[in-house]
Design a protein around this ligand. Structure first.
Ligand code: NOJ
Ligand code: CA
Length: 679
């Protein structure tokens, strides 16, 4: 234990040692003082983090390397330091909670190196730390090229870690690995989740990734990682023009795993809504012509098994209208799909429907029945092709009454043929990483263009979420992890531990379009290629995984034998007033309760990995003194995801806030509960 670390400021503070003469240090603490950040402001710029008086992050480097060969951050001097407090509560237009408190202390350090200025802004919350670089407008630094960041995360002790590797062909779609921090991979994506013995739980991530390259983490020591910025094909990481700023480098910090989930530091570090009135952004649930393609029964491309036919779309619309779904997704509706569609997506039109799909008639049929189409634009990663059509495509969608579009960027790794911009001669092309500055800017342009047509986006193969939904509330949800599609035949399967891992890793970044709700669970018979939950476990996902757009992903005919279980999906909201993580162990189990934003109803979802176990939770989130009818959708006694996945039981109980809920979960199982006040 490093109870008395050799950080000069702490030495001074505790009066236990003589501070080394060299470094001057500025310090800022969280409002409750449990987290303290110290920054050396003379010579090499470094920061360290204390949590409950123990060193969590040892003195770690800060700064950037420029293409001129200069570094900023190796020999700085302090021009000016300012500290301030901030306490503000703001309202989300939609979300996992209605209001969020942004309570932090900020240290702003104006720094100079030679004749150049680079400032550091640090914000310390009771449950997290954020810091970023700022380059003010100045003569000596107009346009500049960042070749890398020196930013380090040198942890003071080993921990248990959950991570996926970066720079792999399938972007973020990997199963999480669970190792010691000292054994974790050489280059990782964030969020990177850590559990230290005796606490705390920590996740490294970033916030407000705007006009910059995404940060991965590259190993730099036994317990240390360094920020690694995704390069352009030119080798440059970031093309910048002062005034400029980096995204926030963020540590989420909590006492229990659930504290990471109900941690709003990333949102607090993003700029407020820039879109003004966003009453046109509509959360909701949808069904769609989708799973049939993943089962291999239907195709995205024209032929005898085309999914997107007028007749099938109308059948899905009838189902949506009968069961109050807000939308119907139809994939494969447009010209350009063939069996090799992810070649490079050159032929996709986002305005021309295929012959078998009467777009205007289907959209009108949906509107007349009180639902609507959900748009689908699979770009196959052809960004120039999409940008050329984006405005007319969104205009068409808006004309048809569509309010949200699912976009997609399936490609084999860094396969984006860019035809202009840095390093590209006329007639030439260059391919870019999905998470470099080029794509970061592209995704933002799609949000801005969509907003002009009052459309919201659900981005598949996205850049990871960094809280931009606060600034652009029409960024409803994204994928960016292994979702249900991997539980299809040939998908390889996610395994039953995936969801209890996702909640404490990928989900810390923001909502996910996981596409739950498969009821025909044994559609594929091999264990490693099928949905690894019970049916009650599928229902639990609507509460456990937050998304303001949730799909009921199965073929609609598969709901007919289980309309009693479908009732939960019809009832469960996607927009919440409050969220509480009642218990959880990363990769093992989790129980979350959420309150509907538009009624006094509460919902609960519990999910276990492959182990059976008993959920035992207090219902003290319910309003004291009120009586509720609880409708429980639980695993039948003999349910098991491998051998008997569909066996479920629905029962009602009368409960109050004083009650305890004790319910067994089957292997791979789950529990979904709706609580409705009786008065
Ligand atoms: C990958 C997406 O994640 C999936 O939902 C979609 O069906 C296919 N791409 C085709 O666009
Ligand atoms: Ca995908």
């Amino acid at each position: 234990m490093h109870r008395f670390p050799h950080v000069p400021v702490l030495a001074l503070l505790l009066s236990v040692a003589v501070a080394p003469a060299a470094a001057q240090t500025e310090m800022v603490a969280s409002p409750n003082s449990r987290i303290q950040v110290a920054v050396t402001t003379q010579g090499p710029l470094t920061y360290s983090v204390m949590h409950d008086d123990e060193l969590l992050v040892e003195a770690s480097p800060l700064g950037v390397v420029l293409s001129t060969g200069d570094t900023l951050g190796t020999d700085v001097r302090l021009v000016h330091a300012a500290e301030r407090s901030h306490d503000e509560t703001w309202t989300q237009p939609w979300g996992e909670v209605t209001t969020i408190r942004d309570h932090h202390r900020e240290l702003h350090l104006a720094l100079a190196e030679d004749e150049r200025r680079m400032d550091l802004r640090v914000r310390v919350f009771d449950d997290g730390v954020g810091f970023r670089y700022e380059w003010p407008a100045q003569d000596g630094l107009a346009s500049f090229e960042i070749m890398g960041e020196r930013t380090g995360f040198r942890f003071a002790r080993d921990a248990e870690a959950w991570w996926i590797r970066a720079y792999e062909w399938n972007r973020y779609e990997y199963l999480y690995e669970n190792t010691r921090l000292s054994q974790a991979g050489s280059v990782l994506h964030t969020p990177f989740t850590l559990a230290f013995a005796e606490g705390p739980f920590v996740a490294v991530h970033e916030a407000a990734l705007v006009d910059y390259a995404a940060m991965s983490l590259r190993r730099s020591g036994p317990l240390a990682y360094q920020a690694d910025l995704a390069p352009w094909s030119t080798g440059v990481r970031v093309y910048a023009e002062a005034p400029a700023q980096s995204p926030w480098r963020v540590l989420l910090i909590g006492d229990v795993p659930g504290d990471l989930v109900t941690n709003y530091t990333v949102l607090n570090l993003n700029a407020p809504n820039t879109l003004g009135d966003v009453s046109w952004v509509q959360p909701g649930t949808y069904v769609g012509i989708w799973w049939g393609m993943h089962l291999g029964e239907l195709t995205w491309w024209p032929g005898p098994h085309l999914g997107a036919t007028t007749e099938r779309a109308k059948r899905y619309i009838d189902f949506a209208a009968a069961h109050d779904f807000d939308g119907v997704l139809v994939e494969g509706w447009n010209v350009g799909w063939d069996a090799d569609w992810l070649g490079d997506g050159r032929s996709f039109s986002f305005t021309d429907p295929v012959e078998a799909f009467d777009l205007e008639a289907v959209a009108a049929y949906a509107r007349e029945r009180g639902t609507r189409l959900v748009g689908h634009h699979e770009t196959a990663g052809n960004v120039p092709g999409y940008e050329a059509q984006m405005d007319s495509a969104y205009a068409l969608m808006a004309d048809l009454g569509v309010t949200s579009v699912k976009t997609g960027y399936v490609q084999w790794g860094m396969n984006f043929p860019r035809t202009e911009g840095p390093g590209v001669a006329p007639g030439d092309t260059a391919r870019e990483w999905n998470y470099g500055q080029y794509m970061v800017n592209h995704y933002r342009r799609t949000l801005e263009a969509a907003a002009r047509h009052q459309l919201s986006l659900n981005i598949h193969e996205p850049i990871k979420s960094t809280g931009l939904r606060r600034t652009y509330p029409n960024l409803l949800t994204t994928e960016g992890a292994r979702g249900q599609e991997f539980n299809s035949p040939g998908g390889g399967g996610n395994g039953p531990g995936h969801v209890p891992t996702l909640v404490f890793t990928r989900m810390l970044a923001g909502p996910m379009d996981f596409t739950p709700g498969i009821f025909d669970i044994a559609a594929a018979d091999e264990e490693h290629n099928r949905v690894p939950t019970t049916l009650a476990g599928q229902l639990a996902l609507y509460v456990v995984l937050f998304s303001p757009l949730h799909m009921a992903a199965d073929l609609v005919e598969n709901y007919a034998p289980h309309l009693d279980a479908l009732q939960f999906i019809k009832d469960v909201p996607v927009d919440w007033a409050d969220t509480r993580v009642l218990e959880g162990a990363i990769g093992e189990h989790v129980t979350i309760a959420r309150q509907d934003r538009h009624s006094d109803d509460w919902y609960l979802g519990a999910k276990t990995n492959g182990e059976s176990r008993t959920v035992a939770v207090a219902l003290d989130f319910l309003e004291a003194g009120r009586t509720y009818t609880a409708t429980l959708y639980r695993d039948a006694d003999d349910a098991d995801w491998r051998s008997n996945p569909v066996a479920y039981t629905i029962e009602s109980r009368t409960v109050t806030a004083d009650a305890q809920l004790r319910i067994p979960l089957a292997p791979g199982g789950g529990l979904a509960v709706r609580f409705v006040p009786e008065d």
